[in-house]
Design a protein around this ligand. Structure first.
Ligand SMILES: [Zn+2]
Length: 653
C-alpha cells in the first residue's frame, strides 16, 4: 500500500508517504485509520506491552499464573493463542463481474449486481461464505436458481441449491444496494463537491476506493484476504454530467468500452483479465483531466500511462510523473519480467487516507502529488510502481508476510535512486552507490532510533500476532523499513550477481501466485549456496535489532588495534545473542585502509589487528551488512573523524 502521511515513513520518501501502510522514521505514531476488523483476537500484542491499558487482563490472584507475568502470546482467560491464520478457500474464485449503477452522483448510493464464477475446492461444498460488510443483499441465485442466504458478523452465507462437487464451477449472481456515506478511506469514499473548490474537479463529486487491507468487502462481497486471485470486470453506469466537464471512470485493466446509453447515462466497461487479489480491485470517479504520459517516444513505448489529475493541474502533473516510463523500463529489465498489466494509470484523488495505493494497473495517490515540486514524488512513484510486481504480480499470502510487498517496494525506492544517479553520471559509479546507500541508511536510521523490541513482548516483522490487519503496516518491526533493510542485507551477503539472479528466479517462479517468507529465502539459498535460515530467524522472525557497544584500543608500541564489541540489547531465553559478521574498515594515517570482519555469536567478540600505521578512524559496518545500533563506547584517542552513532554512512568514493 502507499504510505500513510499520518505515520512516519522510512526511506527518503517519508515526506511523501506511500501506501496506507508505510514505514516511519519519526517517533512511532499508530493511528487507526479504519474500523477494526471483526472477529479479531482480544489483545493488541503487535506493538504494545501486555501490561498496557486495553491489553489482555492479567492472571487472577491466587492462581499459579499469578506468579508469572502474563504472556502476550496467549489470552490468559481462555488460553487461546493470539494469532491470525490465512482464511480457508473453499472455493477458488475465477472471475467476478461487477455491474454498478450510480443513479445520482450527489449521493453516496449505488446498486450492484455481482456475478462470481468459482470452483469448489477440496470436497463437495454445500455452502459458500463471502465477506460482506456493507452491501445490502437483495437476492442471490446460484446457477440461475434462487438461493437462501444470511448476513451476520460481516459474512454472507449462501446455501447452495445443490451441493457442488469438488472442481465443479458455479456461477453466483448477487443483487445488492449500498449506502457508503459513513466510509472514510474504507472501501468506497464519497467526497461531495465543494462549491468553493479550486476548479471543476474539486467542485464536483469524487468517489474512490481503498481496498487494503480488508476493506473491499465494504462495497462488494468477496473473499477479503490476499490469498485469493481472480480476474475482475467493472461495468459502471453514471448519469450525464450537467456541465461541460464530463465524468471519468477509472478502474483496473483495460477500458473495453464507453457507451452512451439512450437514457442519457454512460457505461464504462473496465476489464482486468489477469487474476489479482481482491484487495487490489479499485474504482475512481471524478471530473478528472486525463493525460497519457506514455506514447511511442516514451522510455517504455507501448504501455498506456494515463494520469488522472484535477483539471487545471495538467502542466505541473506531467512534470511530476515524467520519470514513470523510465522507471517502468528499469524495473522490467532489473526484474527480468515485463510490466504485467494492460496500463499503468496514476490517479490523484482527494480525501485519500494515505500517500498512495498500488491497485493493479491503477495506483491511487493523494491529490497533492499532482502539484508537487518536480522530482519530489519520485520515491512514492517508484514505490507504488514496484508494487505492480511485488505485491500485485506476487502477493503476500497473509499480512504476516507483508514485508514481501512493502519491504520490496521500499527497497525499490533505493534501487531507483541508484539507477537515476547511474543514468545521470554514467562515468561515476560511486555516485550511484552513494545515492543507494543514502536511501538505505535513512531507513536504517529510523529503525535504530525506534526499535527497542524484544520477544515475546513485541512481535517480529513476520508474525501473525495482530489485532487488526491495519496495525501490521505500522508496527515497530516495520515491514517497510526493516523489510527493505533485510533485502539490502541479503544483497550485501549474496553479491549482486547471485542476489539479482535469485530475485529473477523468485519472480519467475511465483508470478501470479502468493508467497510466504520461506519462498523468498529458499530461492536465494538455491542460487547462492548459502544457508540463510539463521539470518532470517535473526532479522525477520524475531523482533528488534542488535545494540552494539564498541571499544577501541590502540597500542602504539606494538602497533596493534583491538576492536571489542558487546551486544547490549536484552539477552535472555527468548532473545539470545545475535550471530554477527561485522565488516570493519580502519582508515590509516597517510591514507591507507585496513579491513577485517569481526565474527561473534556470543555476548562479546574481539579482534586485534597489527597495522602498518596509526588508525585515524574505524568504521563499523559502513555498508550495513548486519543492521545494528552501534555506539563507540571507547573511541580512538584524538580520532580525526568521529563516526556518527550507528555507522552506515556511504563508503568514501
Ligand atoms: Zn507500499
Amino acid at each position: 500500500m502507499p504510505l500513510d502521511l499520518t505515520r512516519p515513513h522510512t526511506v527518503r520518501s517519508w515526506l511523501l508517504a506511500c501506501s496506507l501502510v508505510c514505514a516511519l522514521t519519526a517517533p512511532h505514531v499508530a493511528i487507526a485509520l479504519h474500523q477494526p476488523a471483526t472477529a479479531t483476537p482480544p489483545a493488541e500484542p503487535a506493538s504494545l506491552p501486555a501490561s498496557q491499558p486495553g491489553s489482555q487482563p492479567g492472571p487472577q490472584p491466587g492462581t499459579d499464573a499469578a506468579e508469572a507475568p502474563s504472556d502476550p502470546r496467549i489470552n490468559p482467560e481462555t488460553g487461546r493463542k493470539v494469532a491470525n491464520w490465512p482464511k480457508a478457500r473453499h472455493f477458488d474464485h475465477l472471475h467476478m463481474r461487477l455491474d454498478l449503477i450510480f443513479p445520482d452522483l450527489s449521493k453516496p448510493e449505488l446498486t450492484g449486481v455481482m456475478t462470481l464464477r468459482a470452483k469448489a475446492q477440496g470436497r463437495t461444498r454445500a455452502t459458500m461464505v463471502l465477506d460482506s460488510r456493507g452491501p445490502k443483499i437483495e437476492s442471490v441465485t446460484v446457477g440461475g436458481i434462487q438461493a437462501t442466504f444470511e448476513v451476520a458478523d460481516g459474512k454472507l452465507r449462501i446455501e447452495l441449491p445443490r451441493p457442488v462437487p469438488m472442481d465443479e464451477e458455479v456461477t453466483v449472481v448477487l443483487r445488492y444496494s449500498l449506502d457508503y456515506a459513513a466510509n472514510r478511506g474504507e472501501g468506497l469514499t464519497f467526497s461531495a463537491g465543494k462549491p468553493d473548490g479550486k476548479g471543476p474537479t474539486e467542485q464536483s463529486t469524487q468517489i474512490h476506493a481503498q481496498g487494503q487491507a480488508e476493506l473491499n468487502s465494504r462495497w462488494f462481497p468477496c473473499h477479503d484476504f490476499p490469498n485469493e486471485r481472480l480476474a475482475t470486470e467493472l461495468v459502471v453506469t453514471l448519469p450525464a454530467s450537467t456541465d461541460e466537464h464530463p465524468w471519468e471512470v477509472v478502474s483496473n485493466g483495460r477500458l473495453e468500452s464507453k457507451v452512451q446509453n439512450p437514457d442519457g447515462t454512460t457505461t464504462w466497461h473496465w476489464n482486468q483479465a489477469l487474476p489479482h487479489p481482491p484487495y487490489l480491485v479499485t474504482l475512481g470517479i471524478a471530473k478528472f483531466a486525463v493525460i497519457d504520459i506514455g506514447g511511442p517516444t516514451s522510455a517504455r513505448p507501448g504501455l498506456p500511462m494515463p494520469i488522472y489529475v484535477p483539471i487545471g493541474t495538467e502542466e505541473k502533473a506531467v512534470v511530476v510523473f515524467e520519470d514513470t516510463a523510465r522507471m517502468v523500463a528499469f524495473f522490467e529489465k532489473l526484474f527480468d519480467e515485463p510490466y504485467p498489466w494492460d496500463m499503468y494509470a496514476q490517479v490523484c484523488v482527494r480525501d485519500f487516507a494515505a500517500g498512495g495505493m498500488e491497485n493493479t494497473s491503477a495506483t491511487f495517490l493523494m491529490v497533492s502529488a499532482a502539484t508537487s515540486a518536480p522530482g519530489s514524488q519520485d520515491d512514492l512513484i517508484a514505490h507504488e510502481l514496484a508494487h505492480q510486481w511485488f505485491g500485485n504480480l506476487i502477493t503476500c499470502k497473509s499480512w504476516e508476510h507483508l514485508w514481501l510487498n512493502e519491504g520490496w517496494a521500499t527497497f525499490a525506492e533505493a534501487l531507483w535512486a541508484e539507477e537515476e544517479e547511474r543514468q545521470n553520471h554514467p562515468d561515476d559509479p560511486a555516485m550511484a552507490r552513494n545515492a543507494y546507500m543514502r536511501s538505505i541508511a535513512q531507513a536504517a536510521q529510523g529503525l535504530r532510533r525506534n526499535n527497542r523490541a524484544t520477544a515475546p513482548r513485541f512481535t517480529a516483522m513476520v508474525s501473525n500476532r495482530y489485532s487488526d490487519p491495519e496495525r501490521v503496516f505500522s508496527k515497530m518491526d516495520n515491514p517497510y523499513s526493516k523489510g527493505a533493510l533485510v533485502i539490502h542485507m541479503l544483497r550485501q551477503r549474496l553479491g549482486d550477481n547471485a542476489f539479482f539472479t535469485g530475485v529473477r528466479l523468485y519472480v519467475d517462479r511465483h508470478k501470479f501466485g502468493t508467497v510466504e517468507t520461506d519462498d523468498f529465502r529458499r530461492v536465494l539459498e538455491e542460487v547462492s549456496g548459502q544457508s540463510l535460515e539463521h539470518f532470517f530467524e535473526s532479522y525477520a522472525l524475531r523482533p528488534g535489532l542488535p545494540k552494539l557497544a564498541i571499544d577501541l584500543a590502540w597500542e602504539s608500541g606494538s602497533s596493534t588495534l583491538t576492536i571489542a564489541a558487546e551486544q547490549t540489547q536484552t539477552i535472555d531465553r527468548f532473545n539470545p545473542a545475535y550471530a554477527l559478521s561485522l565488516p570493519i574498515v580502519v582508515e590509516l594515517e597517510g591514507g591507507g585502509q585496513a579491513r577485517t570482519v569481526l565474527e561473534f555469536s556470543e555476548r562479546t567478540g574481539r579482534v586485534t589487528l597489527a597495522l602498518p600505521a596509526r588508525p585515524t578512524d574505524v568504521r563499523i559496518d559502513p555498508d550495513i551488512t548486519c543492521l545494528a545500533a552501534v555506539t563507540k563506547r571507547t573511541p580512538l584517542p584524538r580520532a580525526k573523524k568521529p563516526e556518527p552513532e550507528g555507522g552506515g554512512e556511504p563508503a568514501s568514493p
